[in-house]
Design a protein around this ligand. Sequence first.
Ligand SMILES: C[S@@+](CC[C@H](N)C(=O)[O-])C[C@H]1O[C@@H](n2cnc3c(N)ncnc32)[C@H](O)[C@@H]1O
Length: 311
Amino acid sequence: MEFPYEIREYVEELAAKQDGLQKAAERLSERYRAESGSGSPLVNGSRDILAYAAVRMPATFGAAAKALELTLKHFGGEIGSVLDVGAGTGAASLAAQFMTGCGDITCLEREQGMIDLGRELSRRCGADFRWIKRDISSGLERRADMVISAYCLNEMTADRRRLALEQLWSAADKLLVLIEPGTPEGFSQIKQARELLTGLGGSIAAPCPNIGECPLTEGDWCHFTARIARGRLHKRLKGGDAPYEDEKFGFIAVSRKPCEPCAARILRHPRIEAGRITLRLCTAQGVEERTVTRKDPRFKAARKSGSGEVF
Ligand SMILES: C[S@@+](CC[C@H](N)C(=O)[O-])C[C@H]1O[C@@H](n2cnc3c(N)ncnc32)[C@H](O)[C@@H]1O
């Protein structure tokens, strides 16, 4: 799924008139590394917001689109409305519109600067989102078929996060999708959300084959990758010439109606040796290493498979 070129173009146009953007992009990465979970805003002022749109938004869009692609394969229902909580500049909402075709999308965000830029960016690619300024610490009165929250829980303190999860779940009439960075910390937040939401009666639509307790033990984690084409501005601000970046993310999609889980999901890059491929799989029975040899009819499928995919 390609990041909308209308957004890239407009962000480049704004960046040409804004000095200090490279420093702002560096500070932003540093703050996300060091201050996640502190509860304080990580993006301050219009320069930071533009830096966010330039260096992070294409990646968060790609992660949300991939998470939704993997979710919708297992969730059969119609999505008639979407609520994007902690919408930022609208990356997850754009992904939701592309992936579900839903036209009724509400973006909820506490920072006015994010809303202003997000409204303009979405308008430029023809999306007509409803933008609402709200800090969910003071309640969440809206509801929708699908609630999505991307890279937002990790900005909250652990106590706030638990409350926020309960609010997000009560607001979701059919499906709640949470996306977080593909780091051990991000995974730990997803795992905690998984426990809480299944305890509240939710059924996992994706990515887990296992509907009981998560079988991954301390020090192990699952993550997914979205490959994103890099534009000129991204290369200038982040350095390097690579034509793409790989955004690693974790996610969980929890449904109100029971979903059929996938058979097994590949946890790591398959290990390919002469005549044999070893896959580390998450299955309904737990984590296992499965070796597929050339004689096995699934050998071709195993050779083409990748981390995060269903096997
Ligand atoms: C890292 S940004 C992610 C933005 C967007 N979801 C994306 O994926 O690109 C996190 C956003 O969550 C918002 N946020 C954090 N806590 C919030 C709260 N309590 N209520 C509303 N928005 C919040 C922040 O203002 C910020 O714009």
